[in-house]
Design a protein around this ligand. Sequence first.
Ligand SMILES: CSCC[C@@H](NC(=O)CCC(=O)O)C(=O)O
Ligand SMILES: [Mg+2]
Length: 367
Amino acid sequence: MKITGVELRRIAMPLVAPFRTSFGTEHTREVLLVRVVTPEAEGWAECVAMAEPLYSSEYADGAADVMRRFMVPALTARPHVDAYAVGRILEPFKGHRMAKAALETAVLDAQLRAAGESFGAFLGAAADRVPCGVSVGIMDSIPELLGAVDGYLAEGYRRIKLKIEPGWDLEPVRAVRERFGDIPLQVDANAAYSLLDAPHLAKLDAYGLLLIEQPLAEDDLVQHAALAGRLATPICLDESIESAADAAAAISLGACSIVNIKPGRVGGYLEARRIHDLCRAHGVAVWCGGMLETGIGRAANVALAALPGFTLPGDTSASRRYYATDITPPFELRDGHLDVPAGPGIGVEPLGHVLDAITTSVEWLPS
Ligand SMILES: CSCC[C@@H](NC(=O)CCC(=O)O)C(=O)O
Ligand SMILES: [Mg+2]
């Protein structure tokens, strides 16, 4: 396909409630959407970079800049581009995996819409719906946390994930266990601890957690491997895994026994599938992480989460977990599951009137 132009659209999505993690609190999700236009079809994608470089080094303005100055010109200069070519064309530009992921995904969406093939069919989905977990932020009090968890369980979520940090870890986990029993429960530290905290983190072993996610720094596989030898709770990596090579290294070192796959973090759905395949070959379970996506990113994530190696509920929550109004028809939990979109491409379209109301800027990059 010849790319005739790319639209970079910024939107501001207010969250239904502040979402607090060990690295900060989100009140509004500032999203960078990408629309790729070709003669055959248009494709949409969501860049998962946050407004500030707090989860990782990428941030929305930086992603827009690297797309505008380097990546989009490299793609529009080509007479023909498909999803497999995007990674090769953008390879000379180092890093910026979230920016690359958005461009590759938008090209893939256009390609699949033109071919009348769904993301799920293309990726190899083995199910038409996926069980869903939910991520619960750090709260001001234990009663507030228990009220939130009670509400999510009532909605039917199949797994609870608690954000933790030093000073908010053993007590919330203990309180949830005492109130709700042996529900599927895990924690996510977002790299808030050091190996010196190992004796403290080992106290979490008493609560039968599914996993502890990214306890240590994103660039330290060796220390995660050392920590793994001191915890009974399985270690899951998120920020540390930016490619299939990272996953191979982490598995070889024993740094993790579970991987949280986020297509935006790893450069796109093609690399996400490679990581899925590699982990499956090593008997390492994977699940689909989240970056508070709108329905555009959520649609593609739900398709990915239907691959056979995704054996744990992901952070693929309903639209209403974060947004009162989504920019696509809302993803709604049914019996603790989300349906995999069956239409061509990602299977959803932005709702024009909703999109226009929250758009803060639109930029057209012609070929
Ligand atoms: C703003 S925090 C985003 C990263 C975080 N994501 C979640 O906790 C899940 C968010 C979601 O449900 O999309 C993670 O480290 O896994
Ligand atoms: Mg995480």
